[in-house]
Design a protein around this ligand. Structure first.
Ligand SMILES: Cc1cc2nc3c(=O)[nH]c(=O)nc-3n(C[C@H](O)[C@H](O)[C@H](O)COP(=O)(O)O)c2cc1C
Length: 222
């Protein structure tokens, strides 16, 4: 079983250009149902998801792009202000991989801005899941939502769906709150675009790498 899981995990990559075809509702439901198996502290299951389908996704993308062009980011849960080493290097490499795939040069500020705006076009995906969490539960519930995200990404891969998790959309929560039934007691954490990738698109050539586990995991020895 670990082999199958590893294959699914290694096959999955964030996709940042989509075909317009919507995912059948039954497939989306199957994916979310499978991810309900995720564990959470005291089994509180705090993930709260609002899912869009066409034409709502494109309408929301239009208002998000307007918000992104017109105002500074103001997420409900603070974004990192700084990335100390070694995270900074990872972040730079991740951006470089995407810009190289898209043919955007480092000094091309306009090209980088346009690439950033593609987040708010939701990469033309047919579906956006806005992922929120009850703020009254505190940060450990965000851990639970992260665990759920891993499950849902794996389920999506197993169902032949493509995805990209998107913290960027949480930077402009008002258009999301105006259009979607997000509870006032919830905080918007991130989005997840879902669909079928346009495999010809340069952005989907992007490949990221991982450190060996020995960089992240230490065994205590007696
Ligand atoms: C919580 C979370 C938020 C993310 N937010 C964004 C985002 O706003 N825009 C984006 O293009 N990618 C976003 N990503 C995707 C990461 O950049 C991507 O997972 C990472 O670079 C590793 O690449 P891979 O997913 O292709 O393996 C996000 C991923 C996670 C888990």
């Amino acid at each position: 079983m670990i082999g199958e899981l590893e294959t699914a995990w290694r096959e999955r990559r964030s996709k940042r250009a989509y075909r317009p075809d919507p995912v059948p509702r039954a497939t989306l439901e199957r994916m979310f149902e499978a991810a309900q198996a995720a564990p959470s502290w005291c089994n509180v299951q705090p993930w709260r998801i609002c899912v869009t389908e066409p034409p709502v996704t494109a309408e929301l993308a239009a208002t998000l792009q307007g918000a992104a062009r017109g105002g500074l980011p103001h997420p409900e849960v603070g974004f990192p202000l700084d990335y100390p080493p070694p995270y900074k290097e990872h972040r730079i490499a991740c951006g470089a991989a995407l810009y190289t795939a898209m043919g955007v040069k480092r000094e091309d500020n306009l090209g980088r801005y346009d690439a950033w705006l593609r987040n708010y076009a939701l990469f033309d995906a047919p579906h956006l899941a806005v992922v929120a969490c009850d703020r009254r539960l505190g940060p450990y519930a965000y851990v639970d939502v992260g665990v759920w995200l891993g499950y849902v990404l794996t389920a999506a891969t197993a169902l032949g769906l493509d995805t990209c998790a998107m913290a960027s959309i949480a930077a402009y929560p008002e258009p999301l709150r105006e259009r979607l039934p997000i509870e006032p007691t919830d905080v918007v954490l991130f989005g997840l675009v879902i669909g079928y990738a346009d495999e010809e698109a340069p952005a989907n050539e992007c490949r990221t790498t991982r450190e060996p586990a020995s960089k992240n995991v230490r065994f205590a020895i007696t």
